[in-house]
Design a protein. Structure first.
Length: 379
């Protein structure tokens, strides 16, 4: 197995959103140029150890990669090109962006550097909710940014939306969906709010000052957005992802197919030569370790065949097409039913899975209670 995908993390944002527990730091005062130098060195170190073959997907995530200045963006794209020159003609090259941060100059540089997919964190179209989330943009910036990206030449635009937000009603979500649909994006990622420890929202929740919708209301929102997006021609291909035909995220599919990928930058994860690894989260530590010509890895695990099979099932079942029995057979030289027959049968009996001749997939019920189904595959 050789890695065909590259993830690069830019851990800087204009400010920190109130619900965010990603590896992301307010950009003001950060050593961004030194970070880019360190990224360049990390790519050299890793690609010397694990030389790349043809790359199918690249994903620059964050943080907010579009907080880079035009010069920094140009430099980043040039270094990615230098370390990964061998690219598929169908390369999918995504960048994450926040509305309001994509100037025309930046868009031009990204297009010239080969980026062909842009994913905007829109989250909601209710102005007061955007403020409450700590987002830096308003509704107008979402609309302007999508239009500007399309005019600059992006033909593959994704929007991230959130539901289950404080004081959010089903009607609010419908309004958000209508506004988002009027921009005709190619793809949607829709996630429910998770209140993570260490965030401002967590502290508010502890003090009982975060009025979240009930579980039933959140479930209604999920079902409703699935129905509306399906009606508008966005087919659901993963628990949280919806696309126009042919616009499914190929990069994320590599994760769900349990294939290997390079991961660069603070807090990023990678999977190379049967080893899963995670990088250190602190920017200063990342730069310091790379200055010593070492890889900035904080954790690494050799993945056993047993663990790999578990990952294959758990990640693969997230996709609506489920897990392929023939792919399992060719990867492990074992029949999926010989390894997981009893687990699968138990989940079928619980109404969470269904078995098709070539695939095993989540049922409608399994889609809602996915975590129960996934846990059953862990030994
Ligand atoms: S823009 Fe994204 S990564 Fe940055 S703080 Fe907000 S949620 Fe976190």
């Amino acid at each position: 197995m050789s890695a065909k995908a590259v993830y690069i993390h830019i851990p800087f944002c204009t400010n920190k959103c109130h619900y965010c527990d990603f590896t992301a730091y307010t950009v003001k005062g950060q050593p961004v140029d030194d970070y880019l130098t360190a990224l360049d060195r990390e790519m050299r170190l890793v690609t010397t150890e694990v030389p790349p073959h043809t790359i199918e997907t690249i994903f620059i995530g964050g943080g907010t990669p579009t907080v880079l200045t035009p010069e920094q963006m140009e430099r980043l794209l040039e270094m990615i090109q230098a370390h990964f020159p061998n690219r598929s003609p169908q390369l999918e090259f995504t960048i994450e962006a926040n509305p309001g941060t994509t100037t025309d100059e930046l868009l031009k540089i990204m297009i010239a550097g080969g980026v062909n997919r842009i994913s905007f964190g829109a989250q909601t179209f209710r102005p007061d909710l955007l403020k409450r989330l700590g987002r830096i943009h308003g509704v107008a910036e979402i609309e302007q940014s999508v239009i500007a990206a399309r005019e600059a030449g992006f033909q593959n635009i994704s929007l991230d939306l959130m539901f289950g937000l404080p004081d959010q009603s089903l009607e609010d979500l419908h309004h958000t969906l209508q506004s988002a649909l009027s921009l005709h994006p190619d793809h949607f990622s829709c996630y429910s709010l998770k209140v993570e420890e260490g965030t401002l929202f967590y502290h508010l929740a502890q003090k009982d000052e975060l009025p979240l919708p009930s579980e039933d209301e959140e479930l209604n929102m999920y079902q409703s957005l699935r129905t509306i997006l399906a009606e508008k021609g966005y087919h659901q291909y993963e628990i949280s992802n919806f696309a126009k035909p042919g616009k499914e995220s190929r990069h994320n599919s590599i994760y769900w197919l349990n294939e290997e990928y390079y991961g660069f930058g603070t807090g990023s994860h990678g999977y190379l030569q049967k080893i899963r690894y995670a990088n250190v989260k602190s920017v200063a530590e990342y730069i310091r370790i790379i200055d010593q010509a070492r890889r900035p890895v904080s954790e690494s695990d050799i993945v056993t065949e047993q663990e790999d099979m578990e990952n294959f099932m758990i990640l693969g079942l997230r996709m609506m097409k489920g897990v392929s029995r023939s792919r399992f057979q060719s990867r492990y030289h074992k029949d999926m039913m010989d390894v997981y027959g009893s687990v699968i049968q138990k989940l079928v009996d619980q109404g969470l899975l269904k078995v098709e001749p070539e695939r095993v997939v989540l049922t409608e019920k399994g889609l809602i209670f996915g975590n129960e189904a996934f846990a059953a595959f862990l030994i």
